[in-house]
Design a binder for this molecule. Structure first.
Ligand SMILES: Nc1ncnc2c1ncn2[C@@H]1O[C@H](COP(=O)(O)OP(=O)(O)OP(=O)(O)O)[C@@H](O)[C@H]1O
Ligand SMILES: [Mg+2]
Length: 250
């Protein structure tokens, strides 16, 4: 547990002349769940996207499982290597509409990893089982609820056996009762030892599942602490005000 799985150092990003990430440092240890909290516009999504090369940072270093990459200078080959070792769960699921549940989960294995289809399907069915979606393997995304679609997206992320999974507000498009099932799948994943970096506004998840919390504001990390410490002994007034706003006190 002592080993760092992910290190981000000095991540900077400017959009249209204004800097939205001012040199972010963040570490996630192997098997750890880190929640990123913070007000809208603080740069949470941009940080995750830069870490996975969905967005090109202006500066910064990514260290993944001991290998270092220059976020601003990485080659296509390096970017592909990083993406093969990581997975991303988006707010809006991003499933292929014209593929079945099983097809969505096997796609990355068969196409990107050249895995034989039979083997990919076996892995996919196992992952769908773990998120309670095995019986819907032949359904199309449009036939599923948002929560079910998000659980399929989580199965798809698990299937590639990533070293870390990034989540960007995975439940924010869902009704409360569907949120509960998705958070349940995420909790199981965490208990299984998956390393996770989760942007969320679910204070219950941050408090009960995350090991550590990183709080961002205006493109900077203004607090980082164990989840217990973050909620029970807020480091500063900005955290206190935020917790009061989102009802996450105590
Ligand atoms: N593609 C873009 N072009 C221009 N500005 C952008 C772009 N993406 C993000 N920004 C700006 O960067 C800042 C950080 O945005 P970001 O989406 O990372 O915030 P966030 O913390 O994820 O917010 P939210 O909680 O609302 O999702 C914001 O001011 C936003 O307007
Ligand atoms: Mg965001």
């Amino acid at each position: 547990m002592a080993e760092d799985m992910l290190r981000l150092e000095g991540v900077r990003k400017t959009f249209g002349g204004s800097e939205v990430l001012h040199g972010i440092d963040l570490t996630v240890r192997r098997g750890e769940v880190v929640a990123i909290l913070g007000p809208s516009g603080s740069g949470k999504t941009t940080l995750l996207r830069c870490a996975n090369f969905l967005e090109r940072a202006d500066a910064g270093v990514l260290e993944l499982g001991g290998e270092r990459y220059d976020l601003a200078q990485a080659t296509k080959r390096e970017m592909a290597a990083v993406r093969r070792r990581t997975a991303f769960v988006f707010q809006n699921y991003n499933l292929f509409r014209n593929r079945t549940v099983l097809g969505n989960v096997t796609e990355g294995l068969v196409v990107a990893r050249k895995m034989p289809r039979a083997q990919a399907e076996e892995i996919a069915r196992g992952c769908l089982e773990r998120v309670g979606m095995a019986d819907r393997a032949d359904a199309y995304p449009a036939e599923l609820s948002g929560g079910q679609q998000q659980r399929v997206a989580i199965a798809r992320a698990m299937a590639t056996d990533p070293e870390i999974i990034y989540f960007d507000e995975p439940t924010s498009a869902l009704d409360p009762e569907l949120t509960v099932e998705v958070l349940g799948s995420m909790r199981q994943l965490a208990e299984g030892g998956m390393t996770m970096l989760v942007v969320t506004h679910e204070m219950g998840f941050a408090k009960n599942v995350a090991d550590r919390v990183v709080f961002m504001e205006d493109g900077a990390v203004v607090a980082a602490a164990s989840a217990h410490e973050f909620f029970d002994h807020p480091a500063n007034d900005r955290v206190r005000i935020f917790l009061r706003t989102v009802g996450g006190e105590g």
